[in-house]
Design a protein around this ligand. Structure first.
Ligand SMILES: [Zn+2]
Length: 95
């Protein structure tokens, strides 16, 4: 089976899907954090670190990657918090 590589929307690092967090835009326009690859749609990948998460959001990389002109600020905050919570859980599991 061919290994599918993903690329971080901010730093452009390439790797396998478990190295990244995924945000997906569904056909109906909903944008959500989908780390379990449950949904189909245009998606962006972000490294599991705060630097990439913060820059991906502040530099509008998410909008570009999902090909939308604007994401409401509260939705962005919500997504960003979920991503950060997710990486903090990973860090805690390692300790
Ligand atoms: Zn990155």
């Amino acid at each position: 089976m061919k290994k599918v590589l993903r690329r971080c929307v901010y730093c452009k690092k390439v790797g396998s899907k478990d190295e990244f967090l995924r945000i997906v835009r569904l056909k109906n326009g909903n944008i959500l954090f989908d780390n379990e690859y449950k949904y189909f749609g245009r998606s962006v990948y972000i490294c599991k670190n705060k630097n990439c998460i913060n820059n991906a959001f502040s530099k509008k990389k998410i909008e570009k990657g999902l090909k939308v002109t604007n994401i409401p600020q509260d939705l962005k905050e919500n997504l960003k918090n979920k991503l950060i919570e997710n990486i903090e859980e990973v860090i805690n599991e390692k300790i």
